[in-house]
Design a protein around this ligand. Structure first.
Ligand code: EPU
Length: 338
C-alpha cells in the first residue's frame, strides 16, 4: 500500500466534485487495511468506497482510505439457497448481474443501484419494494480503533428505512470488509408489485417473469428516471422521504388532498420528497452547475464544476421552501462530508 498526496477525488465520488485529498491510500485486502489503520501519522481518516452516497463539501485534510477489496465466495449452499460472501470493494450492480447469471435470486429489484457492496448495509439500500436487509445474512467489519474483526448479524445491524446501527451508535467505529447474502436458487420470490415494474413487464409482453426479467424492468425504469453518474454527477436520492405520524398526516392531507403518499404502518405515512420538491417548483431548475434533475426532483445533479458548497446551498434552499410551504422538514439522505 502506498500513501499518495494531493489527489483529486473527482473520479472517486459519483457527484463528480473536484475536492482534493491531502493523503490517499487504496486498500486491496483486509491485511492492508489493518496495516494502514496502524499508521500513527494519520489519525484523521475518511473511509471511501464507491463514493455514491456522499457529498464532499470541501477538500479533505485527512487520509482517505479507498476501500477496494475484491472477491466473491460461496460459503455454503443447498438445493434452495446459496450463502454468498462478497468483498466490500465489489461494484454492487456488477455483483447483482453475476448473481443473475448464476440464477441466484433476491437482488433483482436492487439492480443498477450505484456504489459498492461494502457500503450497502450502512444505509440499508433499497429500491422497488425490496431492501438489503431482506437478503442480508451478516457482514464482517474491522474496528477502526483496535483493528479487531467481528461479524454483525441482521439483528446487530438494526436496519431501518435508509438506516442502520452503522449510521447511529456504530458511526465512525467500523469498516465493513465483506457482506454475506442468502439468495434463492429456485422458487424465487418475485416482487413486482411496486411502482411501474408490472406495467413495464406487461409492456414487454412478459407473463411469467424470471429474476432477469424483473432486473431488466427495474433497469429500464431507473434509466428513464435517474441520471447515470457517468454522464451527470449525482448521488441518487439526495433527500429521504419524510415519515409523518397519523395525526401529522391527517392534518397534512386535509390541506393537500392531492398529495402522493405511502402508508408504512398504522402510524407512519411516507410522503415522497420528490413530489414535495416538484410542487415547490424546483424540478429541472439549474443554478450555475448545481441543479435538480428534470425527471426526478429527489436527485440533485452536478452539471460539471459545481462545488460541494453550491450543492449544499441548493439543498438548503429546497429544504427551507418545502418547510415554508408544507410545514414538513426533509433531510439529506447522502452523507455530507464537512
Ligand atoms: N414523484 C413526483 N415528482 C418527482 C419524483 C417523484 O411527483 O420528481 C412522485 C412519483 O410520481 C411517485 C412518488 O413520488 O408517486 C414516488 O416516486 P418513486 O417511485 O420514483 O420513488 P421515490 O420515493 O422518489 C424511492 C427511493 C429511490 C428508489 C425509488 C424506487 C428514497 C429516498 N428513494 O424514491 O432510491 O430508487 O424509491 O424504489 O427512498 C436512492 O436511494 O438513491 C434511490 C434512488
Amino acid at each position: 500500500m502506498k500513501i499518495q498526496k494531493n489527489i483529486s477525488l473527482k473520479k472517486y465520488n459519483t457527484f463528480g466534485i473536484n475536492a482534493k485529498a491531502k493523503f490517499f491510500c487504496e486498500i486491496k485486502s483486509t491485511h492492508e487495511l489493518q496495516k494502514t489503520l496502524q499508521l500513527n501519522d494519520y489519525p484523521d481518516r475518511l473511509i471511501l468506497s464507491g463514493g455514491s452516497n456522499m457529498l464532499l463539501a470541501k477538500d479533505i485534510e485527512a487520509l482517505v482510505l479507498y476501500i477496494n477489496i475484491k472477491g466473491k465466495e460461496i460459503i455454503a449452499e443447498d438445493d434452495d439457497h446459496v450463502h454468498l460472501k462478497v468483498m466490500a470493494g465489489e461494484v454492487w450492480h456488477d455483483m447483482v448481474l453475476w448473481c443473475l447469471e448464476h440464477n441466484y435470486g433476491g437482488l433483482e429489484n436492487m439492480s443498477l443501484i450505484p456504489g459498492n457492496t461494502g457500503t450497502a448495509p450502512i444505509q440499508n439500500i433499497g429500491a422497488y419494494g425490496v431492501e438489503l436487509k431482506e437478503v442480508f445474512e451478516c457482514c464482517e467489519v474491522m474496528n477502526i480503533e483496535d483493528q479487531s474483526t467481528r461479524s454483525f448479524t441482521t439483528e446487530d445491524c438494526n436496519f431501518g428505512y435508509r438506516d442502520s446501527y452503522f449510521k447511529n451508535e456504530g458511526k465512525g467505529k467500523y469498516i465493513i470488509t465483506s457482506v454475506t447474502f442468502k439468495l434463492t436458487k429456485r422458487n424465487h420470490k418475485l416482487n413486482t408489485s411496486y411502482g411501474a415494474i408490472n406495467a413495464e413487464l406487461e409492456r414487454k409482453g412478459i407473463k411469467n417473469p424470471t429474476i432477469k426479467d424483473v432486473s431488466e424492468a427495474v433497469v429500464t425504469i431507473r434509466q428513464s428516471k435517474l441520471p447515470d453518474p457517468a454522464e451527470l454527477g449525482n448521488s441518487g436520492s439526495f433527500f429521504k422521504n419524510p415519515v409523518l405520524s397519523k395525526s401529522e398526516f391527517d392534518q397534512f392531507i386535509s390541506r393537500h388532498p392531492d398529495a402522493k403518499y405511502f402508508m408504512v404502518s398504522d402510524d407512519e405515512y411516507k410522503i415522497p420528497a420528490g413530489w414535495l420538491i416538484e410542487q415547490c417548483g424546483f424540478k429541472g431548475k439549474r443554478y450555475g452547475d448545481a441543479g435538480v434533475h428534470k425527471n426526478q426532483a429527489l436527485v440533485l445533479v452536478n452539471y460539471g464544476s459545481a462545488t460541494g458548497a453550491e450543492i449544499i446551498g441548493l439543498a438548503e434552499k429546497i429544504m427551507e421552501k418545502v418547510h415554508e410551504t408544507y410545514g414538513i422538514r426533509i433531510s439529506p439522505e447522502v452523507n455530507i462530508i464537512k
